[in-house]
Write a protein that binds this ligand. Structure first.
Ligand code: NAD
Length: 450
């Protein structure tokens, strides 16, 4: 079975399980599971050698009850229809969790973009748009970047779309460069949104269990610090012992999350990228680690002097070790399925913030939830990205643009509101946050469907 099929089975099983618990009838469950449209097509691209090459592409529109379909376009050699469908399905849930007026969609092309020249990549992006142009639009389906696609690719896509349509429609794609109508604050939005959710959770935990973090036996020398996003939040958040965080992944999501969390007073003790990581028991400097990564091309080995790593100040660790560190909060922000049946019983963190999509397999999720680990599900934790995409769309439609501070404060309100609804559901129904998130999302979608 391909991994796309596994992803699809697990997304559909989760929706079915939740919907059955909610006593929805079988026809409604079918409508929640099945995509509304599956567009599958082949298209040719002129390569630099003058020959045509055929590529396979998809745009899958899962559910539009809450609004236009929303979701990225990925370019990846292993992309298959089932994977795109699974991601489109999860976008319907994520947008509903985030309280956005959007349904879920996703696009993809089976291609390894690293094998293409820049000119070939541009032609491929434009040919893909020729295939989807007649069924996307600012009030129909709003694509964005995803794996291996970025703001430059989106700028080619929107240019092609506008040529085909013959009119300007900036709101049809989000993730544009700021100079073309993109939103300020989008780059950091996913990390920042995850931090807002984490801070909201900590406030709830401390209110009910003031010694939650002390009780864990935080392994570092303790120094009182305040955790809060702003002066007025700090008033509501009690002083806490240093809370330690390990972050797997030092790309867009992991880096900005770690940087902003450190600024808020959390102690980042470990970060890693694909080549390994560093562990600094007393807390590392995220900025210095990034400077070192830029210089060396990797995080591993930062905090080493010459060939000797100073154990007192920090040591090089593998990605597997990072996940098993004695920290308060673990933030997988790189890949899917990294916490699985092999390492689930070695996880020591009390809170897991799922910043990557699907970092825990179902079995690990069940095991750790039963053990009392609080898992903030990906559909909530990393919804900051799509939330600022929504703010980009709103700005494009209104022709009125906000400052970065305005975007960030709107993001904060929206993430906290999304968290609050899920927390309430989790407390009232005595279910983990992930089940609560799916229930809240399905309730909202069903309400809009009937
Ligand atoms: P990215 O490509 O910018 O960064 C990925 C990071 O993971 C890099 O530091 C890379 O070195 C590291 N990595 C790769 N393989 C690894 C491995 N085996 N072990 C540890 N680290 C490894 O990607 P990103 O945009 O930061 O996305 C990370 C995750 O967050 C993905 O699951 C993505 O789907 C999800 N996500 C991203 C956004 C967004 O706005 N960028 C929004 C929602 C979800």
């Amino acid at each position: 079975m391909n991994t796309g099929q596994k992803m699809l089975d697990s997304a559909q099983a989760l929706i079915k399980k939740t919907a059955e618990k909610m006593n929805l009838d079988s026809e409604m469950i079918k409508r929640l599971v099945e995509p509304e449209y599956v567009h599958e097509f082949s298209f040719k691209v002129k390569m630099d050698n003058g020959k045509d090459k055929i590529f396979k592409g998809w745009r899958i529109q899962h559910n539009s009850a809450l609004g236009p379909y929303k979701g990225g376009i990925r370019f990846h050699p292993e992309t298959v229809r089932e994977e795109v469908q699974a991601l489109a399905t999860l976008m319907s849930i994520k947008c509903a969790v985030a309280g956005l007026p959007y349904g879920g969609g996703k696009g993809g092309v089976a291609v390894d973009p690293k094998t293409l020249s820049k000119a070939e990549l541009e032609r491929l992006s434009r040919e893909y748009v020729k295939k989807i142009a007649h069924f996307v639009g600012e009030d129909i389906d709003v694509p964005a970047p995803d794996v291996n696609t970025n703001s430059e690719i989106i700028s080619w896509m929107i240019d092609e779309y506008q040529k085909i349509k013959g009119y300007k429609s900036l709101a049809t794609f989000t993730g544009k460069p700021v100079s073309m109508g993109g939103s300020l604050g989008r780059t950091e939005a996913t990390g920042r949104g995850g931090l807002f959710v984490l801070q909201a959770l900590i406030k709830k935990i401390i209110a009910s269990t003031p010694n939650f973090f002390d009780a864990m036996g935080t392994p570092t020398p303790l120094k009182r610090k305040k955790i809060g996003v702003s002066a007025n939040l700090e008033e509501k958040v009690p002083s806490l012992e240093n809370i330690t965080i390990a972050v797997q992944g030092f790309g867009n999501v992991g880096y900005y999350f770690a940087k902003l969390a450190e600024k808020e007073g959390f102690k980042i003790v470990a970060v890693s990228d694909s080549k390994g990581g560093v562990y600094v028991k007393d807390g590392l400097s995220v900025e210095k680690t990034m400077e070192c990564k830029k210089e060396k091309g990797m995080v591993a080995g930062c905090y080493c002097k010459g060939s000797v790593c100073d154990i007192k100040y920090g040591r090089t660790i593998s990605n597997e070790e990072l996940l098993e560190l004695p920290v308060d909060i673990l933030v997988p922000a790189a890949l899917e399925n990294v916490i699985n049946e092999k390492n689930m019983n070695k996880i020591k963190a009390k809170i897991i913030l799922e910043m990557a999509n699907g970092p825990l397999i179902e079995e690990a999720y069940e095991y750790l939830s039963k053990k009392g680990v609080i898992i903030i599900p990906d559909v909530l934790a990393n919804a900051g990205g799509v939330t600022v995409s929504y703010l980009e769309w709103v700005q494009n439609k209104a022709g009125f643009y906000w400052s970065e501070e305005e975007v960030n404060s709107k993001l904060k309100v929206m993430m906290e509101r999304a968290f609050e609804a899920i927390w309430e559901k989790s407390v009232s129904r005595k279910i983990p946050l992930k089940e609560a998130a799916f229930e809240v999302a399905i309730e909202r979608i069903v309400k809009a469907m009937v």
